[in-house]
Design a protein around this ligand. Structure first.
Ligand code: PLP
Length: 483
């Protein structure tokens, strides 16, 4: 690693990335390639001799770009965004550049201590109860994972081991996990991964009547029915901002049920949790004080480049009990004295990236003021888009919008009409145009188009132009039967 080469070549890479952002609107948002396109373009053997960085960058431009779906395009409205930013990029550069591996405190004290500090900063910005903070003095604290999936696996493992210790013996086949039919599939996957029988996962139905939120009564009756069968409720996951339609579960009421039945209560706020730093959205987090754990992804809506998931737990010791390993070669005075946090015991892997550096740079470079502005401007654009949809009588907004996700569809044209196929064709027409990319959800057997605003470069003019594109494609479909 030659610092002079690093300077020269990293400049070339930064210039390349900057040009990518300058030109990003020129590329089709959703990649238009066919499967296996790349093997037709790249050699099937690794090179024996080194190649110049410029040749590699040229190949990225010519061969890789066509196969990219441009998540940072201002016309990317699919899934939930992965919002990049200059500070997020610089933070990621520092994380990669320093490349330390802070699995325990001694392996890089600053990495561990910065993570604990940043997790408390985040917790305070979100006005989390002090029981989730290191500085709260009640044993709680936070950790950075790469994804919500990992956070959920770890909390489920902690819940499982605490329950099995209490129950004595081998009771895993009795443990039951509760979520809603709108909960992200990651919870079901995590439940399977930690050994809960698939038949003990409850995806409790929701409906339009509750705006697709989980109702406390349905959870209670599901738990009662399981207890009557000799099963043991283990874990309840509530969501702030579900993936399909952005629904918010009633945290406080669900928390009361969870606490009454003694189950681990997790709140997944992967997408919408970041909005809690704005006073006008903080109420969505009310009830978080009843949770055992709470997670959100700054890589979705907090200007932090991939990957970054914040997980707070009230009782880290239960995480550590489930995930701790203590091989001889990692033993050291600080860990033995139990005076430090060893984050390897709060996660699945041993090695870990210095993600706290990235989040710290983001928070410091933008400050709370700009982070709040980022969220507010996305919500304002979504409100505007929602109004545009409502003004066109052929369309309807399907679920009341809470954040920056608008779910809409072309309405049924006559009684008994199922507009699913029509909306599917509309979506494909927009996506194959390359001018915008949206995805869909199916709720209550309704095919809905999701318009998720959150790419960092999106401005009102992009939203308006995309709405015109959607209308034009709808005109083609409704008038001529084709786009
Ligand atoms: N939970 C919710 C509500 C999500 O929307 C998503 C992804 O979009 C996830 C969990 C999964 O997050 P991750 O990819 O970080 O595991």
């Amino acid at each position: 690693l030659d610092p002079d080469v690093l300077v020269k070549e990293s400049r070339a890479v930064v210039d390349f990335i900057a040009n990518y952002y300058r030109d990003i609107e020129r590329y089709p948002v959703r990649s238009q390639v066919e499967p296996e396109y790349l093997s037709k373009r790249l050699p099937d053997q690794a090179p024996i001799f080194p190649q110049p960085i410029q040749t590699i960058l040229d190949d990225i431009h010519d061969d890789i770009f066509p196969g990219l779906t441009h998540w940072q395009s201002p016309n990317f409205y699919a899934y939930f965004q992965a919002n990049a930013s200059t500070a997020g990029f610089l933070g990621e550069m520092l994380c990669s550049g320093l490349n330390v591996v802070g699995f325990n405190w001694i392996a890089s004290p600053a990495a561990t201590e910065l993570e604990s500090i940043v997790m408390d900063w985040m917790g305070k910005m979100l006005k989390l109860p002090s029981s989730f903070l290191f500085s709260g003095g009640q044993g709680g604290g936070g950790v950075l994972h790469g994804s919500t999936c990992e956070a959920v696996v770890c909390t489920l493992a902690a819940a499982r081991d605490s329950a099995l210790t209490k129950m004595g013996g081998d009771g895993i086949t009795k443990l039951v996990v509760y979520a809603s039919d709108q909960t992200h599939s990651t919870v079901q996957k995590a439940s399977k991964l930690i050994g809960i029988p698939p038949s003990n996962f409850r995806a409790i139905p929701t409906s339009a009547a509750s705006d697709y939120a989980l109702t406390p009564d349905s959870v209670r009756s599901s738990m009662e029915a399981d207890i009557a069968k000799g099963l043991v409720p283990l874990y309840l996951c509530a969501t702030i901002g579900t993936t399909a339609v952005g629904a918010v579960d009633p945290l406080l009421e669900l928390g009361k049920v969870a606490n009454e039945y003694g189950v681990w209560y997790h709140i997944d706020a992967a997408y919408a949790g970041s909005s809690g730093i704005c006073p006008e959205f903080r109420h969505y987090l009310d009830g978080v004080e009843l949770a055992d754990s709470f997670s959100l992804n700054p890589h979705k809506w907090f200007l932090t480049n991939m990957d970054c998931c914040c997980l707070w737990v009230k009782s880290p010791s239960s995480l550590v009990d489930a995930l701790c390993s203590n091989p001889e070669y990692l033993k050291n005075k600080a860990s033995d004295a139990k005076t430090v946090v060893d984050y390897k015991d709060w996660q699945i892997a041993l090695s870990r990236r210095f993600r706290a550096m990235k989040l710290w740079v983001v928070i410091r470079r933008y400050g709370m003021a700009n982070l709040m502005e980022h969220i507010r401007s996305d919500v304002a654009m979504a409100e505007h888009f929602e109004r545009l949809v409502a003004m066109d009588r052929r369309f309807e907004v399907v679920v009341p919008r809470k954040f920056a996700l608008v779910c809409f569809r072309l309405k049924p044209r006559f009684q008994g009409d199922d507009p699913s196929e029509l909306n599917r064709r509309l979506l494909e027409a927009v996506n194959s145009s390359g001018q915008a990319f949206m995805t869909h959800a199916v709720v209550a057997r309704m095919f809905v188009v999701r318009f998720a605003i959150g790419a960092t470069l999106t401005e009102m003019r992009h939203v308006e132009a995309t709405w015109k594109l959607i209308q034009a494609k709808a005109d083609g479909l409704l008038l001529n039967g084709s786009c």
